[in-house]
Design a binder for this molecule. Structure first.
Ligand code: THG
Length: 622
C-alpha cells in the first residue's frame, strides 16, 4: 500500500495506521503439477490424466497445411487449428519446418494470428521445430506458458544445457527427445539411459522443475518388415513405465502417428494401431500424445481378429506378427476394392504351372507376381526358364525383375502396397539374384566374385540429424538388389563423407535426413564432394527432402547427378540408368534438363508484362 503524486506524508501515515494490525499477503505455494496455459489455464492434475496435442498444424505432417501456408491462405490455416480445438485438442503442436519456407517468419506470423482468435488461443501451444532460432522467435510471440518441442543431447551437454537454461528463463515446459551424441535411442535400455541422463542434467544443473519436463522416448515405425524394428512400440511402452516410476514428476509424450507409417494408404488400420498403442502406453503412464484429435477409432471398436493382429505387432508377441497384419490389411483392401468395383472373374492372376513352355509374357508376369507377393515359390524354376529365354542373368535382372520392382514401387506410391511388402519384395529380389549368381560369367575368371562386381553405394545421415530408420530400410532394399552397401551412420560430417567416398570409390552416394537443417547439410556435402572431384550420382532422401528443393538447392551445387528419391522402393530403379555406362550420360542430361525446368518454373515471378503488352490485351468491345 502506498501513495501517489498528491498524497502527502500525513495521508500515508494514516494508511499505515489503518493497516497496522493486518497480516501481509503470502503468495500461493508453487504449483505442484505442470500448469500450461493459453488464454486459459490448463492444469495437468492427476484427475485430468491425459493431454492430447493436435498434430495437424504441421507443414511436415500435413500436405494441406503446407499448401495453405505456402500460398499464404492464413485464415484457412487457422481453420485447421480451430477444428482441432473443436475436436478436443487440449494443446496445439505448430511446426513450420519446410525446406522452401522461411520458418521463422511463418511461425511468428501464424502465432500472432492465433493469438487474436480467442477460441483457438484458449489452448496452450507446443512449438515444434528443429531450428533453435524458430523456437526462440516463437516464444517471443506466445502468451501464457507454452511447451517447446524439442531439445536433446544429440549435440552434447553444452548445447543442451544452454538451450535448457534459456527455456527456463523464458518459462516454457520442454519436450526432451531421447537422442544423444550417438543418435536416437531405439532400445529400451538406451531410451531410459538417455532420459535419465537428461533428467539429472535438467534438475541438477539447470534447476528445472521436473514437472516441466516431458520426455519423448521416440515413437518409431513398426511393422516395416525388418525384424530390428519389431520391438520399437513395446520398448516405448516399457520405457514409459520406467520413466514414470524412476524420474519423479516428469511426463511422457510421443508422436503417435509415426508408429504406423508402414501402412500409409490405409487410414483405418493406421488409426486402429494408434488406438491400441495409446491404450497400452497410457496404462504405462504416457500422459501426453501428439495425434490427430479427429480420430474416432477406439480400442473397444476394433474388430477382435484385427485387434489381436495389431496387438501382436505393438506388443511384439510373435515373430510373424507383421506378416499376419499385412496379410489381413491386404485382404481388407482387396475386399473393399472388390465391393467397390463390378464383380470380376479374373481372380486367378497366377497361371497354373504347366510343363508347356511359357511365353515370354507369361514368364515376365510370373516373375513380377513373385516380386509383388514377396514369395520364392517356384522362383528357381521360373528363373531357369527365363535363362533360356533371355540368354543371360543380367538381362533377366535388368528386364523383368527390374520391371517387377518398378511395379511394386508404383503400387507403394499409390498406397496399394505397404512397407513390409516392399521389404519382402526386396528379399525375393535378393533370392532371385542369388539363384542367378552361379550363371553369371565374370571377366576375372570362372569363380564368381560377387563383391567385386557388385556396385558399391555409400549411405549416410547428414550432420546434425540422428534419424536413420528410413535409411536402414533403403540399405536393406539396396543390399537385396545386389548392392554392396556401406552405411556411415548418423550425424556424419561432410568431411567424413568425402573421405569415405575417396577411400571406397562408391558408384553412388545416398544422403539422408529427416529434419530441415539437414537440407542445408546436404547442400554443403554435395558441394564438398564436387570440390573433391567426385561425380558419382548422389541420392537425396528423407522426410523433408523434395524434388523441388533438390533441384533448387542441392543439384546446383554438384556437377554430377543429384536424384531426389521419394521412398525406399525407388532407389534401385531410379539409380539403374545412371550406373549403366550405356545410358548414364543420357540419364544425367535428362535429369539436368528436368531440374532446369523445375528451377525455371519456380523462378518465374507472377508475370508482370510490359505496358505495351498490357495495353494490347485490353478488352475490345466493338
Ligand atoms: N515427437 C515429437 N514431435 C513430433 C513427433 C514426435 N512432431 C512431429 C511428429 N513426430 C508428430 N506429428 C505428425 C503429424 C502428422 C503425421 C505424423 C506425425 C502423419 N501425417 C500423414 C502422413 O505422413 O502419412 C500425412 C497426412 C496428410 O498429408 O494429410 O502421419 O515423434 N516430440
Amino acid at each position: 500500500m502506498g501513495g501517489c503524486c498528491g498524497t502527502t506524508d500525513e495521508h500515508i501515515a494514516q494508511i499505515a495506521q489503518l493497516v497496522s494490525d493486518a497480516e501481509p499477503h503470502t503468495p500461493a505455494p508453487q504449483h505442484s503439477e505442470l500448469w500450461l496455459s493459453g488464454l486459459e489455464l490448463l492444469p495437468l492434475t492427476p484427475e485430468r490424466g491425459f493431454i492430447n496435442v493436435g498434430e495437424r498444424c504441421n507443414v511436415a505432417g500435413s500436405r494441406k497445411f503446407l499448401r495453405l501456408v505456402k500460398e499464404g491462405q492464413w485464415s484457412e490455416a487457422l481453420d485447421i487449428a480451430r477444428k482441432q480445438v473443436d475436436d478436443g485438442a487440449l494443446v496445439l503442436d505448430i511446426n513450420m519446418d519446410d525446406a522452401l519456407l522461411d520458418a521463422r517468419s511463418a511461425m511468428t506470423h501464424f502465432l500472432c494470428l492465433l493469438a487474436a482468435e480467442p477460441e483457438i488461443a484458449r489452448v496452450p501451444v507446443m512449438v515444434d521445430s528443429s531450428d533453435w532460432n524458430v523456437i526462440r522467435d516463437a516464444l517471443g510471440c506466445i502468451q501464457g506458458k507454452a511447451i517447446v518441442n524439442s531439445i536433446s543431447l544429440k549435440e552434447g551437454e553444452e548445447v543442451f544445457l544452454s538451450h535448457a537454461r534459456e527455456l527456463r528463463r523464458m518459462g516454457a515446459a520442454v519436450v526432451v527427445m531421447a537422442f544423444d551424441e550417438e543418435g536416437q535411442a531405439t532400445t529400451y535400455e538406451r531410451r531410459i539411459e538417455v532420459c535419465s541422463r537428461a533428467y539429472r542434467l535438467l534438475t541438477e544443473q539447470v534447476g528445472m522443475p521436473a514437472r516441466d519436463i516431458i520426455f519423448d522416448p521416440n515413437v518409431l515405425t513398426v511393422a516395416t518388415g525388418m525384424a530390428e524394428h519389431d520391438a520399437y512400440a513395446l520398448d516405448f511402452i516399457r520405457a514409459t513405465e520406467w520413466i514414470r516410476t524412476h524420474l519423479p514428476e516428469a511426463h511422457v509424450s510421443g508422436g503417435v502417428s509415426n508408429l504406423s507409417f508402414a501402412f500409409r494408404g490405409n487410414n483405418y488400420v493406421r488409426e486402429a494401431m494408434h488406438a491400441v498403442f495409446l491404450y497400452h502406453a497410457r496404462r504405462a503412464g504416457m500422459d501426453f500424445a501428439i495425434l490427430n484429435p479427429a480420430t474416432r477409432v477406439t480400442y473397444a471398436d476394433i474388430e477382435p481378429s484385427l485387434l489381436e493382429a495389431i496387438e501382436d505387432v505393438i506388443l511384439c508377441r510373435r515373430p510373424d506378427a507383421t506378416e499376419r497384419l499385412t496379410q489381413m490389411v491386404h485382404e481388407m483392401s482387396a475386399e473393399a476394392e472388390a465391393a467397390a468395383s463390378a464383380p470380376q472373374a479374373d481372380n486367378a492372376t497366377q497361371p497354373a504351372a504347366t510343363d508347356a513352355p511359357l511365353s515370354r509374357e507369361a514368364l515376365d508376369h510370373r516373375l513380377a507376381e513373385a516380386l509383388r507377393r514377396g514369395t520364392t515359390d517356384g522362383l528357381q524354376a521360373d528363373l531357369m526358364c527365363a535363362l533360356e529365354l533371355y540368354g543371360s542373368p543380367v538381362a533377366i535382372i535388368e528386364g523383368p525383375l527390374m520391371q517387377g520392382m518398378n511395379r511394386v514401387g508404383q503400387l507403394f506410391g499409390e498406397g496399394k502396397m505397404f512397407l513390409p511388402q516392399v521389404v519382402k519384395t526386396a528379399r525375393t529380389m535378393k533370392s532371385a539374384v542369388e539363384m542367378l549368381q552361379p550363371y553369371m560369367t565374370d571377366n576375372s575368371g570362372s569363380d564368381a566374385q560377387p563383391s567385386q562386381q557388385r556396385p558399391r553405394v555409400l549411405l549416410a545421415t547428414v550432420r546434425g540429424d540422428v534419424h536413420d530408420i528410413g535409411k536402414n530400410i533403403v540399405a536393406v532394399v539396396m543390399a537385396c538388389n545386389g548392392f554392396d552397401v556401406t552405411d556411415l551412420g548418423v550425424m556424419v560430417s561432410p568431411e567424413d563423407i568425402v573421405a569415405a567416398a575417396r577411400e571406397l570409390h562408391p558408384q553412388a552416394i545416398g544422403l539422408s535426413g529427416l529434419i530441415t537443417p539437414s537440407l542445408a547439410e546436404m547442400q554443403t556435402t554435395v558441394r564438398m564432394l564436387d570440390e573433391a572431384g567426385i561425380r558419382v550420382p548422389v541420392m537425396i532422401g528423407g522426410a523433408t527432402t523434395s524434388r523441388l528443393h533438390t533441384a533448387l538447392r542441392i543439384a546446383t551445387a554438384y556437377s554430377g547427378a543429384v536424384l531426389h528419391v521419394a521412398d525406399a522402393s525407388q532407389n534401385v530403379p531410379m539409380l539403374a540408368p545412371f550406373l549403366d555406362p550405356a545410358t548414364a550420360n543420357d540419364a544425367t542430361a535428362q535429369l539436368h534438363q528436368q531440374q532446369d525446368a523445375l528451377r525455371q518454373l519456380h523462378a518465374t515471378p507472377d508475370t508482370i508484362v510490359s505496358l505495351e503488352e498490357a495495353r494490347a490485351k485490353k478488352p475490345k468491345f466493338f
